[in-house]
Design a protein around this ligand. Structure first.
Ligand SMILES: Cc1ncc(COP(=O)(O)O)c(C=O)c1O
Length: 407
């Protein structure tokens, strides 16, 4: 009798997993036994300082954020049991979306169950055949897949990639598009605000200027910039002293600085949001954001608007953590963002180093292929406003020990 493991697919899967294991590239899911904070209780390791979460503002376990979620659960129950356009739009979705639009200073916002979904909604819905989408080569996977999907759904949509942060290359591509008689519609330029793996910042003023030269729309996914960048944490545009309306559309997540639970959104013109409500497949065919999450996220945004000093604390922590990394003898990709990557090139080495850091009481994940290109493996250290000096010092001490062991 043939068993399940005899099937060709099972054998193939087994082989791929074995190859990853042999190459030292197998990821191990670490289980946390309590809330997300500056330290976490990690199964098998106990309490460790957490330097790999996106809890940039330290709001994931803020008492008011937790209470708002509990209150939402009591008031609305566990979920909508529906997509938004049937019977899944609760009052808390409307108030959350109004709060997001207010936070950005833009006309309208619409929520999704993730930013991944937001990116898979915006391009296939708003773009049409004859349009061109040009995307930075290091944009997040959800943008890449959203653009790919748009190309499949809208036949005759043109796609292109420009070299990372290279305005000259973007201009060359746009000049070629101008000469291409098949590009008859809108041109969309897409960038991350803060690049998730490098921690560098998109040159939004430069991109805006190029977009204006070619009549293009600018879309910014500011998942890692929202709540972090600019004096009041409004995002990467604020860092550059730009009004949010200079960006045509933002996408972003509620799963990082804005409470850390889950959810994403698109921010922009009322008309575009209306079209997303009418035609966006992730919202037409998938359930709404759970009410408890919507309530928590709204509270997180309120706290951030009320306490902009949190942004300064994060900035101070980032400067201190970056000095610790350099002092330990590692090179960190320079930028003022909370993402501090230490490039170690080899995936197996990155994983081994992150394992050693855990033994030293510091939780940092090693990233390798396919999350980053082959040969670009790294330890991605992330800093939070929730970190206090003792956490940052523990981080520095562990790095110094690590450096001695992995010269
Ligand atoms: C730039 C960027 N966009 C989108 C996402 C996806 O966000 P979500 O977890 O809300 O789907 C991420 C998450 O890592 C991200 O870094």
């Amino acid at each position: 009798m043939t068993t399940i493991t005899d099937r060709p697919f099972e054998g193939r899967t087994q082989k791929i997993l074995a190859t990853l294991k042999d190459a030292g590239q197998l990821k191990h899911l670490q289980t946390i036994e309590g809330p997300m904070g500056p330290t976490v209780k990690l199964r098998g390791y106990g309490e460790v300082a957490c330097f790999c979460s996106n809890n940039y503002m330290g709001l994931a376990n803020h008492p008011e954020v937790v209470e708002a979620g509990i209150e939402g659960l009591r008031r609305y129950g566990a979920g909508t049991a529906s997509v938004r356009f049937i019977c899944g739009t609760f009052e808390c979705h409307e108030t959350l979306e109004a709060k997001i639009a207010e936070f950005y200073g833009c006309e309208a916002a619409y929520s999704f169950t993730s930013c991944w979904n937001a990116n898979e909604a915006i391009f296939p819905t708003l773009c049409e055949p004859g349009d061109l989408i040009i995307s930075d080569e290091l944009n997040h996977a959800s943008i890449i897949d959203g653009v790919r999907l748009a190309g499949v759904i809208k036949k005759g949509l043109h796609k292109g990639v420009f070299k990372h942060a290279d305005l000259g290359d973007l201009r060359t591509k746009l000049e070629a598009a101008r000469a291409n008689v098949q590009v008859t519609g809108a041109i969309w330029v897409v960038t991350d605000g803060v690049f998730s793996m490098e921690g560098d910042i998109g040159d939004l003023p430069g991109l805006r200027a190029v977009c204006d030269e070619f009549g293009a729309l600018l879309v910014v996914d500011d998942s890692h910039g929202t709540g972090v960048m600019g004096l009041t944490g409004r995002g990467t545009h604020e860092h550059w002293g730009m009004d949010a309306t200079k960006v045509d559309y933002f996408t972003g997540t509620l799963g990082k600085a804005l409470g850390g639970a889950a959810g994403g959104y698109v921010v922009g013109s009322r008309k575009a949001i209306d079209l997303l409500i009418q035609r966006g497949r992730p919202t037409l065919f998938s359930n709404a954001l759970p009410a408890t999450v919507a309530c928590s996220a709204q509270k997180a945004i309120e706290i951030l608007m009320r306490e902009p000093q949190r942004v300064q604390k994060l900035r101070d922590n980032v400067a201190y953590a970056r000095s610790m990394i350099r002092e330990a003898g590692f090179q960190v990709l320079e930028s003022p963002t909370a993402i501090c990557p230490i490039i170690v090139h080899d995936t197996a080495k990155a994983i081994a180093m992150s394992k050693r850091l855990l033994e030293l009481g510091v939780f940092v994940i090693g990233f390798g292929f396919p999350v980053v290109p082959e040969g670009h493996a790294r330890l991605r250290c992330q800093v939070s406003a929730a970190h206090e000096k003792q956490h940052l010092d523990a981080f520095g001490e562990a790095l110094r020990k690590l450096r001695k062991e992995f010269r």
